[in-house]
Write a protein that binds this ligand. Structure first.
Ligand SMILES: [Mn+2]
Length: 469
């Protein structure tokens, strides 16, 4: 019996039933075009690398079965399972009876990264496909990715990752125009493609450039993976490796893409179903050899990545400048929820400094609160409200030394604060003409910075300007 027959026999006998797929044409009509795309007839085959630790057998089998049933037979060189020291060694051994499946078992817990590198090092195909152990690949998932990598080996490509419901294992389609991004807490997030890129896309089947990939499912040329230094095998703990790889790919001459015509369902878990080896998120490792590698590969600096790959991600530290704000010799300050113009202190020895405001265009802020006009009509009060990037009432622009509201050009006034008799410096009202509120540098700063807004020196001070609040 030829290998092909054994393979078909397995698929027929396997008890895991694949649920019917959702119809892309119903969910996303433009993606009907995927069905008409043509791929090279001589696409290279791939080694599929799946690592797992105590994964449910049914989920693992579902992953493998979907790969075997929904990929052209010739494209699957092998499926390499790396059992990261699961409690029951049989999990892996039983699966190795399936055609094309090989099993490698770790002698001790190694974690995701060393397991993947072990799989990659034993792979025989020229293209590597990393796949999570709790997936269901969709029809024609593999050809689009191999085609893109065949055309340019420096591309690292990822499918659209659909959702397999944690509750009933139903297959749910994800949006087809998202890319990978992150915030400064380094949490991965799906985000909309920037509007300019969206407008420029004439064909919904086109690859989507992405700053980072989610990391669980991607295809990469084996020689490119090796050239870039695989993974840092000192990494013990799951998570973050997708950022490290993404930055390295971009900065060292490659690119990352999401391919709308390739779809793979993935069980997104609410929490980690297993324990980690010793160490935690604050455990630092020595990266000297990775720095050497970076120099050797002549990789671009992270600034280049920020400016060219992910310019939408703003750097708060860089944008922020701070200043005292003055009008008619008085300083703008907050008193609890109220805004007032008060005598500018800080001139004498040991006198409190006037409050500083941060300009992070278009916001003028103190911590999480932003200077906001309550309406666009003359006489509207100026108040402090929670900052929101979508709020037009909070948009300001420096004009020379003055500040102008970008939308409301009319005069407005601040709410008169309660004026205790003991505070002669409290201004009863804040009548301002547009543009007449001025930022004012502390002495000496102007010469250093050449402007009235100076580089921020602190975000939130517990002394000085805040001590009387
Ligand atoms: Mn996963």
């Amino acid at each position: 019996m030829c290998q092909c027959n054994t393979y078909m026999l397995f698929l027929e006998r396997s008890e895991v039933k694949l649920p019917s797929l959702c119809d892309d044409c119903v969910i996303n009509p433009p993606l009907c075009r995927c069905a008409s795309l043509k791929y090279d007839s001589d696409l290279p085959s791939t080694s599929i690398i799946i690592t797992f630790h105590n994964e449910a057998r049914s989920t693992l089998l579902r992953t493998i079965k979907s790969v075997l049933m929904r990929s052209p037979y010739s494209l699957i060189q092998e499926i390499i399972l790396i059992d990261d020291f699961s409690d029951d060694p049989e999990d892996c051994q039983l699966l190795a009876q399936i055609p094309k499946v090989r099993c490698l078992r770790n002698e001790r817990r190694e974690g995701l990264i060393r397991s993947r590198v072990k799989g990659a090092n034993s792979a025989t195909a020229l293209i590597l496909t990393f796949l999570d152990s709790h997936c269901e690949v969709n029809t024609d998932w593999l050809q689009p990715m191999i085609q893109r990598v065949k055309e340019d080996r420096t591309r690292v490509v990822s499918p659209i990752i659909d959702v397999i419901s944690l509750d009933n294992f139903a297959y749910l389609a994800a949006s087809a125009d998202l890319r990978g991004g992150f915030d400064w807490s380094l949490h991965f997030k799906w985000e909309q493609i920037p509007i300019e890129q969206k407008m420029a896309r004439s064909d919904p089947t086109q690859a989507i450039r992405t700053p980072v990939i989610a990391g669980g499912i991607f295809v990469m040329d084996r020689s490119w993976f090796n050239h870039l230094g695989q993974y840092d095998t000192h990494m013990d703990i799951w998570g973050g490796e997708n950022f490290e790889l993404s930055f390295r790919v971009w900065m060292c001459g490659g690119s990352l893409e999401i391919l709308p015509c390739s779809r793979v369902g993935h069980v997104f878990r609410k929490r980690h179903p297993y324990d980690f080896p010793e160490g935690n998120a604050l455990t630092y490792i020595n990266i000297a050899d990775r720095l050497t590698l970076r120099r050797k590969l002549n990789c671009k600096p992270f600034r280049w990545y920020m400016e060219n790959v992910y310019p939408e991600l703003r750097v708060p530290e860089q944008d922020a400048v701070s200043s005292v704000m003055k009008q008619g010799g008085l300083c703008l300050e907050t008193r609890g929820p109220d805004l007032i113009l008060a005598e500018c202190r800080g001139l004498g020895v040991n006198r409190p400094q006037p409050q500083r405001w941060e300009l992070i265009e278009p916001h003028i802020r103190q911590q999480d609160l932003c200077l906001t006009i309550s309406g666009f009509t003359a006489g509207s009060k100026v108040v402090m409200e929670s900052c929101s990037s979508k709020e037009p009432r909070q948009k300001w622009k420096p004009k020379g030394t003055a500040l102008q509201h970008m939308v409301g050009g009319s005069a407005w006034t601040a709410r008169p604060p309660p004026a205790p008799p003991s505070s002669p410096s409290v201004a009863p009202s804040w009548p301002v003409r547009p543009g007449s509120l001025r930022s004012s540098p502390e002495r000496g700063e102007r010469g250093e910075t050449g402007g009235f807004w100076s580089r921020r020196t602190h975000i939130c001070s517990s002394s000085g300007s805040k001590e009387d609040i």
